[in-house]
Design a binder for this molecule. Structure first.
Ligand SMILES: NC(=O)c1ccc[n+]([C@@H]2O[C@H](COP(=O)([O-])OP(=O)(O)OC[C@H]3O[C@@H](n4cnc5c(N)ncnc54)[C@H](O)[C@@H]3O)[C@@H](O)[C@H]2O)c1
Length: 231
């Protein structure tokens, strides 16, 4: 049987390493990491900006040319704010919205044209479910986008789910700390987040939102029926 093919943006190193034995991999990032790419010689790496529709589309095209089809899209690329909100300017927040939200919207749109028989996984954050960061509304929007994509994806035979990790020790968090942001003491093991991705990839669920904290992976309950009954 041929291997399924996964396109992961923002490198997603730990996920790529876990998927490599069983999946074809297309890794898309703005910043090449030659040492990492060397460690995964069978993966293809495409340098692209996910906030640029045409560039991101080229990544899908390159993947299909190489592997015939793409089954999994992980919208993982992201950046963090460069300054605290009270001292930020228009450029600061537009830059973050462009990558962390528009990049995910573009990925979802392209998935409808280029993904087959698989799943889209959008990466948001527990901040999008709770609210303690400048980026909270962006992450909340990614959660909402994932829910609103369910029907469009279903029509194309795809699933879509969202994963919301707590703080994970990655270059993004280290960069935030250097700027003076405090993380909670409850750092999440990156392997738990990867377990969340694998659970979604191997499962049958769609339209679900999972948080990943130090205690593990939990389904975020929405009580949608209750809410819909009230509107
Ligand atoms: N680390 C955490 O604590 C944490 C918690 C919750 C959510 N997240 C989210 O998880 C995702 C991954 O974060 P991470 O911690 O692994 O960050 P990271 O900085 O380690 O990795 C993000 C990657 O995205 C790439 N990237 C940035 N802008 C891009 C663009 N325009 N196009 C293509 N690639 C681009 C960067 O080069 C980098 O390799 C992000 O969306 C982040 O918001 C992270």
């Amino acid at each position: 049987m041929t291997k399924p093919t996964a396109l992961v943006t923002g490198l997603g190193k730990a996920l790529a390493i876990r998927l490599a034995p069983t999946h074809n991999l297309i890794l898309c990032d703005l910043n090449p990491d030659p040492a990492f790419m060397k460690s995964l010689p069978s993966a293809i790496f495409v340098k692209a900006n996910v906030a640029d529709y045409k560039e991101f589309e080229q990544v899908f095209k390159a993947g299909i040319e190489k592997y015939g089809e793409i089954n999994i899209l992980v919208n993982n690329a992201g950046i963090t704010e460069s300054v605290p909100f009270p001292t930020s300017n228009e450029e600061d927040w537009k830059r973050v919205v462009d990558v962390d939200l528009n990049g995910v919207i573009i990925g979802c749109r392209l998935a409808l044209d280029y993904l087959s028989n698989g799943v889209v996984i959008n990466v948001a954050s527990v901040a999008g479910l709770t609210g303690f960061a400048f980026q909270q509304p962006i992450y909340t929007a990614v959660v909402g986008l994932s829910k609103s994509m369910v029907l469009f994806c279903k029509r194309k035979g795809l699933r879509v789910n969202c994963i919301c990790p707590g703080f994970v020790r990655t270059p993004l968090v280290t960069a935030s700390e250097k700027k003076g942001y405090k993380t909670t003491g409850n750092l999440v093991d990156i392997n738990l987040v990867v377990d969340g991705f694998i659970k979604i990839i191997n499962g049958k669920m769609t339209g679900q939102v999972y948080s990943v904290t130090k205690d593990g992976i939990s389904l975020h309950a929405f009580n949608e029926k209750e809410l819909i009954a009230k509107i």
